[in-house]
Design a binder for this molecule. Structure first.
Ligand code: HEC
Length: 174
């Protein structure tokens, strides 16, 4: 257990901001062993990541679904973002607003919270995400609606990521 605690602590120290995920996993790590002295293990994608979880560290960080490698982001591609906005308005805006809670959580600035691959797996494979991923399971408990599979292609999902990158985070006080 302690290996994985330090593994995720490593992410924190790397300055990444997958806050909720780190919190969840860190708490599991703390509860299980209260911390430890061991050095972080090499980041293998094969080992289960936490007690009571059958997910790999990769899946915890990037979600479960067709996207099995991290998505590298370059400078924002405006055309791709515009295409993504069209997809978002047609297939997401019935449930998601950018700046406030709606049927689902607000998605403005969400890429500060989740990885692009996580967002894409959520779009492409929501059912498995809310059934198996601890962070999304918790969201389902909070929002009480199962996000449906909207039949996006991987390309469309990638465009939506590009669009979401251009959106501001919700104001803190709502
Ligand atoms: C019918 C309503 C509905 C539609 C349509 C929908 N979602 Fe969701 N979405 C939800 C709900 C509810 C959740 C919270 C998890 C759950 O309950 O399944 C969620 C969760 C998410 C999350 C995870 C957010 C986080 O904080 O980790 C992302 C990302 C997301 N949706 C993106 C999208 C995108 C992009 C689309 C359009 C392609 C979309 N959703 C369409 C309802 C919806």
């Amino acid at each position: 257990m302690r290996h994985f605690f330090h593994f995720y602590l490593g992410y924190t120290m790397a300055g990444l901001r997958w806050n909720r995920l780190i919190l969840t996993v860190s708490l599991v790590g703390l509860a299980a062993c209260g911390g430890g002295e061991k050095a972080p293990p090499s980041s293998s994608n094969a080992a289960p990541a936490a007690a009571g979880s059958d997910l790999t560290p990769f899946q915890l960080e990037n979600g479960i679904g067709p996207i099995t490698e991290s998505i590298a982001l370059g400078p924002i591609d405006k055309e791709e973002a515009e295409e993504g906005q069209k997809v978002f308005e047609a297939k997401c805006s019935a449930c998601h607003k950018l700046g406030e809670r709606y049927v689902g959580p607000p998605l403005g600035g969400i890429l500060d919270q989740i990885t692009p691959a996580f967002a894409m797996n959520m779009m492409l494979n929501p059912q498995e995400m809310y059934s198996r991923h601890p962070v999304v399971k918790k969201l389902l408990g909070e929002y009480m609606t199962q996000m449906p599979n909207q039949g996006l292609t991987q390309e469309e999902a990638r465009e939506v990521v590009e669009y979401l990158r251009t959106t501001p985070a919700p104001a803190p006080a709502q």
